[in-house]
Structure formats: C-alpha cells, structure tokens
Design a protein around this ligand. Structure first.
Ligand code: SF4
Ligand code: SF4
Length: 346
C-alpha cells in the first residue's frame, strides 16, 4: 500500500498497544538473557524488544497451537470461542515468510482448517525491521531482506525516540485512522535514517552468508533429487538424537498428529505438533515404515523444504531464520548441509 509513512513515539506506541488490547490479545517480544520471547502485553514493560531480531519461538505457535482440542464427542470445537483475536507485534520478515507455507497448508490447499483460518483472518500483524542480525541469520540467501516488505498490517522501523510506521493493509490503515492523535508525519531525516539502518543490518546478514559460504537459493534447484543417493545424508544424520527440535522451532514445519483422550464424560480429539525426524512419524498400521533409517528422515526433511514445496507452492519452505541451527543438540547445521548439497552437484 502506498500511504505516507508516519512516526509514533515510544510513549504513544505504548498507548496504542493499550488501546488495541480492548479488541485483541496483544503480544510483544521481550528480551530475557540472550533470547527474545513473546509476552502478553498487559501493561508497559521495560524488557520490550520490538526491533532487535526474531524471537526464539516461531510465529506459527499462535495460529497452529502445539496442542489443541479440535473436537469433543461428535461436535467440532468452535474456533476462537470467547477469545479475542491475536495482535502480534514485532514480527520479523523471516516469520512473515513462514506464513506463506502455513497458509498454503492450512488454507490454500486441499483442506481449509477452521482453527487456523479463524485465528489467521482475525489477526493483526504489526511487524518490525530487524535492528541486528544473529550469527545464525541467513534470510537473504532465501531471497528475503531483514525488514518486512509485504504481508503485514503495520510495520515498525525503530528510529530515535520512536518508530516509523508503514501501512500494509486496509486493516492497518483503519488502526491509524482510529488512533490518529498518536501519529505524526514522518520527517525526511528519519526516513533516511531508517534506510541507513536497513542497509546496515542487510550488510550484517550478507557478512554471515559470506563468512559461512552459504549458497543462494538460485543454486537450490534439483539439489535434493541430484543428491538423493548421496552419502551426505548418512554423514549428517550420524549425530542426530531424534529430538525433533529442528521441526518444533521451524516457522514453516506444520506436521501434526491426531489422538483421542477422555475429556470429562466424552472423548476429545487433540492435535499436537509432530516431527518428521522421529522414527514412528511415517510408520503405518502393520508396522511398515518407508523411512525406517534416520538418514532417510533427514533427507525427507530437506526434500520437503527444498523439493516438494517449490514444486507445489513455488516457495522454498525455509526462511533462513536459523532457529534449527541454534536448537539442534547434534549441531546439524542447515547451512552446512545446503553447502555440501550444492557443492556435490557442481
Ligand atoms: S529450516 Fe531452519 S533456518 Fe529454515 S526456516 Fe526452518 S528453522 Fe529456520
Ligand atoms: S534438532 Fe538435531 S538432533 Fe534433534 S531431530 Fe533435528 S537434526 Fe536431529
């Protein structure tokens, strides 16, 4: 959307979040130790970290819950029930790309998931530029910039004493109109400063990419098929302990498991996150398992992200957020695997 940039002071942003709290469950990133986590915004807090870098937990956790009751008896649960929709603040470009994969799976594909869709449609996304890059960030290799360019309602860019505000949807435009007294016109110097900040963080990500020699997505075409029988999978899988952390923290992973359990006087059906790295993930009735070896499951994880998704949805199901690198206790580094796969087909 081409609407003029606005400026909101830090104090007025707090006022805006308080006002949004009447209609939304507002969540903001806060810093704890070296990590950032989302926290419900109920009152002004000193540890708010709206800019900085992506939080530890992926955005998907709000819209596709780790554990969710999807039916009770023969009655489907009413999505959203009494809850207010989410307003998530400080969402980064890598997690916005994660939405593209989740939306494909739960909305634009064979089946429309009422739970995901109801939360997603009602949500308000106030994204923000990254003001720093972690050593594990490699979003630019996946075609992103470390600042949101689309798919937000409002975007915040941290500048001196506040934020520049970009409008990305009619919903966002409405929020600005309803709270117009909190916003000012953006000064040219602040816009120039924002552009400078963006360039600075983009350079930091590029430096990471160069340092780790990470290939660009342009070289990913057919790397899985061409490496299907490569020894890379066996080598990399040696250290894997099958914990599933790589799937859990990933903003694009979306596999789930359904199971039934007693709920008061009826049976309830629950949906929980599943992991394709775990042995029983693909096991079928009768005990047969098409991916009985750990290296096959590692290959499948990469195949889904770098072969299946580009074929069906024209997107690599990786955002370069680097979460799986930090989470893996076996130090299986997606950057190293991609580098080896690309080098092997040259
Ligand atoms: S595969 Fe790793 S780097 Fe890519 S989106 Fe998932 S967690 Fe992030
Ligand atoms: S996080 Fe690492 S050890 Fe755990 S399942 Fe994934 S690759 Fe294996």
């Amino acid at each position: 959307m081409q609407t003029p940039l606005k400026f909101i002071s830090t104090g007025n942003l707090r006022r805006l979040l308080e006002a949004l709290g009447k209609d939304y469950q507002v969540y903001v990133p806060v810093k704890k130790g070296n990590q950032r986590f989302y926290k419900r915004y109920l009152e002004p807090c000193d540890d708010m970290a709206i800019a900085q870098v992506r939080p530890f937990e992926p955005l998907k956790a709000f819209f596709f819950s780790a554990r969710e009751k999807v039916a009770r008896g023969f009655e489907p649960e009413a999505p959203l029930r009494d809850n207010k929709p989410y307003c998530i603040v400080g969402v980064k470009a890598c997690d916005l790309k994660g939405f593209k994969v989740q939306d494909y799976v739960f909305d634009d594909h064979d089946y429309q998931d009422p739970f995901y869709i109801s939360k997603r449609k009602a949500n308000l996304i106030i994204s923000s530029d990254c003001s720093l890059a972690l050593e594990t960030c490699f979003c630019s290799a996946l075609g992103l910039k470390p600042y949101p360019q689309a798919d937000f309602d409002l975007n915040l860019s941290e500048v001196k004493k506040g934020f520049l505000v970009e409008t990305g949807s009619h919903k966002g435009e409405g929020i600005i109109k309803e709270n117009s007294s909190l916003f000012e016109e953006a000064e040219k110097e602040l816009i120039a400063k924002r552009d400078e900040n963006r360039e600075q963080v983009a350079k930091e990500v590029e430096k990471n990419i160069k340092y780790n020699d990470i290939p660009d997505q342009k070289s990913f075409k057919d790397i899985i098929q061409k490496n299907y029988d490569s020894s890379i999978w066996k080598e990399e899988a040696k250290a894997c302990v099958e914990c599933g952390a790589c799937n859990t923290v990933c903003p694009t992973c979306h596999c789930f498991l359904l199971y039934d359990q007693k709920d008061e006087d009826k049976m309830a059906r629950l949906r929980i996150w599943d992991s394709c790295m775990i042995k029983d993930f693909a096991r079928v009735a009768g005990g047969a398992n098409p991916r009985h070896k750990l290296w096959m499951r590692l290959r499948n994880r990469f195949e889904k992200k770098f072969d299946f998704f580009p074929k069906v949805a024209d997107i690599y199901a990786c955002t370069g957020c680097g979460r799986c690198i930090s989470a893996c206790p076996a130090k299986i580094d997606i950057r190293r695997v991609l580098k080896a796969l690309v080098a092997n087909v040259k």
